[in-house]
Ligand binder design. Structure first.
Ligand code: AMP
Ligand code: MG
Length: 179
């Protein structure tokens, strides 16, 4: 394994959870590629996606993620976005898919089913939320708490896919490294 592919997805949502888990759809893929030796971010990817079940974002979702209606209205559909994302990460041939919790993996599986496309990754996945807790000897926590735990500042906006992915990238030395 030569890289860690860290992915953070944002999805349609609402405060009262009336958009139930099975109806949530990806609206942003944020990803960084981290070199497995240096543990530095070597590449990054961001893509907005137009949802089909709930095309109009709730105010709650827009506030939580800072993603605007225009961002998704002008975006690719899931199928096309996945092709574009695949093209980006296929430059790397030996990576491990990592995310904060198992949510991002299952959301990918759900959207692939909805759009009748096959799940693009291998079955291997590293839950870095769980791994961080194990290595640091603490309970599983949010990304913001994890950053504060090791004295790192949260850069950008929490709950924005690309920013979450970058911040996770900064935590890799505390998860799989010597820090
Ligand atoms: P995150 O990676 O933590 O930013 O969360 C990913 C997605 O989970 C968000 O885009 C929302 O769809 C959903 N989500 C996160 N936090 C909440 C919350 N407090 N209430 C409802 N949905 C949420
Ligand atoms: Mg996020």
């Amino acid at each position: 394994m030569k890289q860690y592919l860290i992915i953070d997805l944002e999805a349609t949502c609402c405060k009262e959870r009336t958009i139930t888990r099975d109806k949530m759809e990806i609206i942003e893929i944020g990803a960084v590629m981290v070199d497995a030796v240096t543990l530095k971010i070597v590449d990054e990817y961001e893509q907005f996606i137009k949802p089909i079940l709930n095309p109009k974002l709730t105010d709650f979702c827009k506030t939580l993620t800072t993603i605007t209606q225009e961002d998704v209205d002008g975006a690719m559909g899931y199928k096309e976005a996945l092709v574009d994302f695949k093209k980006w990460y296929s430059k790397y041939d030996d990576f491990l898919f990592c995310s904060w919790g198992d949510y991002d993996k299952s959301q990918f599986e759900q959207d692939c089913k909805l759009h009748s496309v096959s799940y693009p990754f291998s079955s291997e996945h590293l839950n870095i939320k769980k791994e961080f807790a194990k290595v640091q000897g603490i309970k599983p926590c949010g990304l913001d708490v994890a950053l504060a735990h090791v004295g790192l500042e949260l850069v950008g906006t929490h709950h924005r896919g690309i920013d979450d992915a970058r911040n996770m990238g900064c935590l890799m030395p505390y998860i799989v490294g010597e820090a």
